[in-house]
Design a protein around this ligand. Sequence first.
Ligand SMILES: [Zn+2]
Length: 502
Amino acid sequence: MTEGPRRLPLWAWGVPCALACLAAWSRLRGVSGPETLLTDAAVWGLSTLVLGGALHLALKQKWRLQLAGLLLTTLAWVTQVQDLSQRQAGAGPDILLVTLDTFRADHLGPNTPALNALVQEGAHFTNAVTTAPLTAPAHASMLTGKSTPEHGLTANGDALDVPTVVPQIAARGYSTAAFLSSKVLERGTGLNQGFGLYADVWTWRGRQGVFPVVSVLLGHGPGQRRGDHTVRQAQAWWRAQDGPRFAWVHLYDAHAPYAPPHEWQPDEDTQRELAAQARTTPAPEDTREWMQSLPERHSASQRALYAAEVAYVDHLVGQLLASVSPDTVVLVVADHGEGFGEHQDAFLHGANLYEPSLNVPFIVRWTGHVAPGPQAQLTSIEAIAGILAQASGATWDTPGLGAEPLSVLAFTPGQQSRSTMNPGPAASVAALRFQDSKLVQDEGEAQRGYRLSTDPKELFPLAPTWVDPAATQDLQRLLEHPPEPLGQDAVEQLKALGYFSH
Ligand SMILES: [Zn+2]
């Protein structure tokens, strides 16, 4: 009687693989979030089983299979142990950084109860400005403490030239994670430095997974996601850590197009008012008048939708604040504001440096260290890096709390999200913002100044002679030697995301 091929026992690889799956499940709980936990765990479990099965078929000797299974299990557990050892090293307070995309400073008010409550507990910097009215450059300033020409990421699609503060925070023993809501902040920017988890892998319907290869196979999502998905993933990660924790949560909802979730749509009165405005629109034959009133009508309806998005974002901030302890250091800041047509056709953001885009909300709650109440001194979003370092005990060389810059440099290469009103080529703009005045220079034009104390709407440009001559020379130099323009690849990527479209 001939002996057939020897059947190897299932447990030789099945048991170690099952243990590896269990380890993966417990690890994925903290990174996948409720939206994608089942999918991610299934992907991990299936790929582990497929690997085990392949080993089962490929190897003929029992002891080799057992060794392979053992190695697999060890690998899974090592990833767990590494995390635990990192968590035990530090002892600083938990830190939560919430960045609100496209959030106008003047929209803090009746629509924002959660942010109002935070303002009662923390310092509210009422004269805070961004360094760029563009998402990636502004966030790079927050994490590096530098202006855009200094850190090198001057346009969406560029990459960072310098280190951020986050690796220093991680070196203090913090678990670090970032939860993004827009592809503009994906890891190609270099903003992922130091983050243990950088949640920027888009899958179906904009939700996120942790397996880039699988998401590519399944097809990328739309490149942005609703804030409630982002918040749920962040909350799951926060709960799964033993601390100290540093999380950066980015909420993109207030960015155009303004499409709040159904339950956050404008109330009935507002909707009636908007419908009435539409009915009183001049007859179609009066095309010229209709065109002239377009910015106003556009602004009215868009403002209502924008306000609804703001209320929704505030609700999400409230949910985040409810999931962290009161002694968590909380920073809430916007990357830039938004234009509502205050200056000719200056809607949206990215192409000009007027105050609606430049002025941002900036709140810091650090109980026992920062006195609550309004602070009127000029503040740049660059201070974020220094404050994060101060709170975590990290070594860092850019100023944080207490920094009172005499001026803040803002720059935009004129990149804009969308413009139906001004489809011409974009020009670079640079500005120096002082405590209550500013100096602006558009590419190829003369410098102009504004006294914001007497002209807050920037309606009356002044000759720049009253400003420090050194400052005017700085601006001149910057525009004469502007940062390198975007490469064609980056331009194509941004076009695919809807930038530059008309
Ligand atoms: Zn933005």
